[in-house]
Design a protein around this ligand. Structure first.
Ligand code: MLT
Length: 328
């Protein structure tokens, strides 16, 4: 915190010395490579989204934007790493709904999700799909619900740890069918998908960015999408509501953050680079193939992301408390 105070005082002093000009480090930013931390393993949905955005941002920033995977504890280890990083614009975090759910799930979170970060902007909202290994006996959602209830002590559900999107989706599913199941935690749903394809784990709720290709290739069985209507890239996949599963539809929103105390001109420059990446046709086309789309430009802003984090903490708090599942 002391470093942050010094950084902001230095910035203020510099502005005072040279009038309204930008602090030197902001004026020339970026003068070197930028690291974006993904708080999950490589090869998963968060990693996929981040690598597409990072590659495009590096074009407009004129510097390498490097992705670093820091998995563990449902995304909170990677988030904690960035919360403690120098607020100089060279260490960022791309995280998702877990930023909000972890606020309730973790009793001793090593950072305050509302204050430890300088939000840069929202990125995308990705639908969740229920998939299973391809030789799993049920052939539709109703059969799956019946099967897991009858085999509740044998079936295994994969997730990326408490606080992950796959954890939240699984928690809602188990609440809806009133059947707790054995969960197998991974550092990301990249490795979870590998085990699903290998038949080592039975089923998983994951984002379309990590399931579309496997569904289209017939490598996994898909049972439903947690959305109000079917997806354009998977028109034959029913919604879970069509399959008879009541409950709220939700999508996994993703945001880009810097550590709190990062000078505002740097945050604004990053927000502009994020908007340019979200307007990049390559990013738009790849997102569409994977069942998602960039947020509108007015959502790729610090204010929009701050508001999302705050409102989502409030939204999920009672749902998580009703489930009564916490992490220490
Ligand atoms: C999750 O929350 O399940 C993550 O998206 C998994 C991942 O990105 O690897």
């Amino acid at each position: 915190m002391f470093k942050r105070l010094l950084a902001s005082l230095a910035g203020a002093a510099f502005i005072g010395a040279v009038g309204a000009g930008l602090p030197a480090q902001a004026q020339d930013y970026p003068t070197g490579p930028i690291t974006v931390v993904v708080p999950f393993s490589a090869g998963g949905p968060t990693d996929t989204v981040t690598r597409l955005v990072a590659e495009s941002m590096s074009k407009s920033l004129g510097q390498q934007v490097i992705v670093e995977n820091v998995g563990g504890a449902g995304g909170t280890l990677g988030a904690a790493r960035v919360a403690k990083a120098e607020p100089d614009g060279y260490t960022l975090l791309l995280h998702h709904i877990g930023m909000a759910t972890s606020a309730t799930l973790y009793r001793k979170l090593p950072y305050d999700p509302k204050a430890a970060f300088a939000p840069i902007g929202l990125v995308t909202e990705v639908p969740m799909v229920l998939v299973a290994r391809k030789d799993f006996p049920p052939n539709n959602l109703q059969e799956l619900i019946t099967y897991v209830k009858e085999h509740k002590d044998e079936v295994t559900y994969a997730n990326a740890g408490i606080g992950a999107a796959s954890h939240l989706c699984g928690m809602l599913f188990m609440q809806a069918i009133e059947t707790p199941l054995t969960t197998v935690p991974y550092k990301g749903t990249g490795p979870a998908m590998t085990d699903l394809l290998g038949g080592q784990v039975d089923f998983l709720c994951d984002q379309t960015t990590n399931t579309t290709n496997q569904i289209k290739a017939g490598e996994v069985k898909a049972y439903g999408v947690f959305a109000d209507q079917r997806l354009a890239n998977l028109p034959d996949l029913p919604t879970v509501k069509e399959g008879g599963l009541e409950g709220q539809s939700f999508a996994i929103w993703h945001g880009l953050y810097a550590p709190a105390g990062t000078p505002e001109p740097i945050v604004n420059k990053l927000s502009e680079a994020l908007k340019a990446a979200l307007a990049d046709q390559t990013v738009i086309d790849r997102f569409a193939e994977l069942g998602t789309a960039p947020v509108p430009a007015d959502q790729a802003t610090p204010a929009a992301l701050q508001q999302k984090v705050t409102s989502e903490i409030d939204r999920w708090k009672p749902v998580i408390e009703a489930a009564g599942e916490y992490a220490d």
